[in-house]
Design a protein. Structure first.
Length: 258
């Protein structure tokens, strides 16, 4: 189905009418992604020049930003998570080759919380497509600081692990922490699981296309959303206040509704 028809379908029949067949033979476009996310008020970008009258986003990392994406608001719906998992699967199929391909993936690992259903669906696709019926899914749990660093029981060092994430903001954030958790999950470094490169990220809103160790990241959808150190933030310099999008009524404030 052409992009215009998909956008019309979203506006007339709703997002839950979307089917994988609507995107057969092509990749979902950024316009379609934004249309889906906006239905759930899960996508925001600063409109116009920096102004003291409008706030901007304060990220968990401490960076400031002119955009924010709430993946959990969309991926919590199994039907939509399945659609986006298929879109990631398409990229995986085209980008994974030598020395490892889809059939070599033994374990899919993703971080708590929003990436859990996405990682599960990727592992399920590996199974249902009969690529690897024994493919496992493993969750990277968050520690007391809210960072994904813990894997219960470790991972068999003979198995090949694919790390996926729903969102990447920086090369040192949750995507890197999830990969590092896999590498550190066994008690002895000599028994660290092997990781298939690159790491795959559904929503990429970063200038970084590699992680802290220099390994590559493969986005499914890239957004030109900027991050700023507080002292270099042009929005702060214009008098705009940085606020946490998920706190109190700040999401409404970012949209100018409060």
């Amino acid at each position: 189905m052409k992009v215009e028809k998909v956008l019309e379908k979203i506006s007339t029949q709703g997002v839950f009418s979307l089917m994988p067949e609507d995107f057969a033979g092509r990749q979902m476009t950024i316009a379609e992604v934004e249309a889906i996310f906006k239905v759930f008020d899960a996508f925001w970008m600063y409109q116009g020049d920096p102004s003291s009258e409008r706030p901007h986003a304060l990220l968990k990392s401490g960076l400031h930003s002119n955009g924010f994406i709430m993946c959990r608001a969309v991926l919590k719906y199994p039907s939509l998570c399945f659609l986006f998992a298929i879109e990631m699967f398409k990229i995986m199929d085209s980008k994974l080759s030598k020395p490892f391909g889809l059939g070599d993936i033994d374990v899919v690992a993703s971080s708590a919380y929003s990436a859990i259903p996405l990682g599960w669906e990727i592992a399920r696709l590996l199974s249902t497509e009969k690529i690897n019926p024994q493919a496992e899914y493993i969750e990277v749990e968050k520690d007391e600081k809210g960072n994904p660093t813990k894997i219960r029981g470790g991972i068999d060092s003979k198995k090949l692990v694919l790390v996926v994430n729903e969102l990447m903001t920086t090369g040192t954030g949750s995507t890197w922490e999830s990969k590092k958790a896999v590498l550190d999950c066994n008690s002895a470094k000599d028994y660290a699981p092997r990781i298939i490169e690159p790491v795959f990220v559904l929503m990429h809103r970063s200038r970084d296309f590699s992680l802290a160790d220099g390994s590559l990241v493969q986005p499914v959808f890239h957004f030109d959303i900027e991050n700023f150190e507080p002292e270099q933030c042009p929005y702060c310099q214009a008098g705009s206040k940085a606020i946490k999008p998920k706190f109190d009524n700040n999401w409404q404030r970012l949209h100018g509704l409060a």
